[in-house]
Ligand binder design. Sequence first.
Ligand code: 2GW
Ligand code: MN
Length: 296
Amino acid sequence: KCSLESGNMLVLDNRVDATLDLRSRSDVLTCTTWRAPIIWDGMFDPDLYDETHKKEGSSVALTVFAVGRYLDAYLEAFLTSSERYFMLGLPVTYYIFTDVPEKVPGIKLGPQRNIKVFKVERHSRWQDISMMRMKTISDVIESDIRHHFTHVFCFDVDQVFAGRFGSEALGDSVALLHAYYYRLPRQLFTYDHNRNSKAFMVTGDFYYHAAVFGGTWKSVKALTDACYQSIMEDKRNNVEALWHDESHLNKYLWLHKPSRVLSPEYCWDTSIGYRSDIQVTRLLWAPKHYNNILRT
Ligand code: 2GW
Ligand code: MN
C-alpha cells in the first residue's frame, strides 16, 4: 500500500483530485509508486467531480470500433448502456468506426450528446482490426477531436455499461487495471517477452487492459502515435506482439506512466466470480458471441 507524506489526501494538479480520499479503501491499492491515484468506489464524491468538470468545460470524445460482425453483435447494447452511464452531464460525442456505416443503429441520445460515424476498411486479419485502431484514433484526434473536445476515451465494443462511469475517470493519461491480473504477481503478467518485438518488456508496474484507455486529446494522440509506430516497426521485422495492441499499450504505459489508474470496477468480467474488493461494476465484458462472429 502506498504511503502518503501528509494527511490522507493526495495533492494533484486539480482541485477535485485533492478531495480523493485514499484511505477510505484500506482493502486495495489506491495510489501508485509514482503517486497517481487508482480510482475505487468510495474514494470520491461523484457530484463534486461532475460540478468541477462542468465548470472547467470538460468534454469527451468516445471512440469505438464495430467492424464486421461486431456491429450487430455489440454496438447497440454498448451505446444504449453508455447513454445511461457514461459521463452524464458532460458533452459527449461517439466516434464510431465501422465498415458498414448505414448499419449503425439509431439510438436516442441525451442532450449534448452526438454520434459521428466514420467508414473504415475491414482488415482481413482480426489482429489488424484491433491494432490499426491506434492509427485511426490518432488521425481522428488530429483532424477533428482536438478542435472540439478536451478528453478522449477509447473503448472495445464488446462491453456493456452497468454503473456510473463518470468524470472521476477523467485525467491527463488514464489506464485501466486488467480484471484478470490486478491481484496476480508481476511474473504472471502477459507482457510481450519476445526480444524482437518493440513491445518487449521484462517487468512492469501493472498489466493494463487495452479495452479502455483515455486522457486529454494530446496525451491520447501521443500514445496512439507511439503504439502505431511500434506496431509498424514490428510488421517490418515480421513479428507480432503477444497481445497485439495491448502489448504495445503496456510498453508505452510503462515508459510513460499514466496520471490516473482505473480499478477493475471500470471493466469487470462477471465470470471471474465474487471478489470482495469489487463493490460496484461500472462496465462489464459482454459474453463473446464466437459462434455468430467467427462463422463466415
Ligand atoms: C476481434 C477478434 C476476433 C474476431 C473479431 C474481432 C473484431 C474486433 C472484429 O471482427 N471487429 C471489430 O470491430 N473488432 C474491434 O476490435 C472491436 O472494437 C473489439 O472490441 C476490438 C478488440 O477485439 P476484441 O474485443 O475481440 O478483443 P479482446 O476482447 O480479446 O481484447 C483485448 O485484446 C485485444 C488484442 O488482442 C485488444 O488489445 C483489446 O483492446 C483488448 O481488450
Ligand atoms: Mn474486447
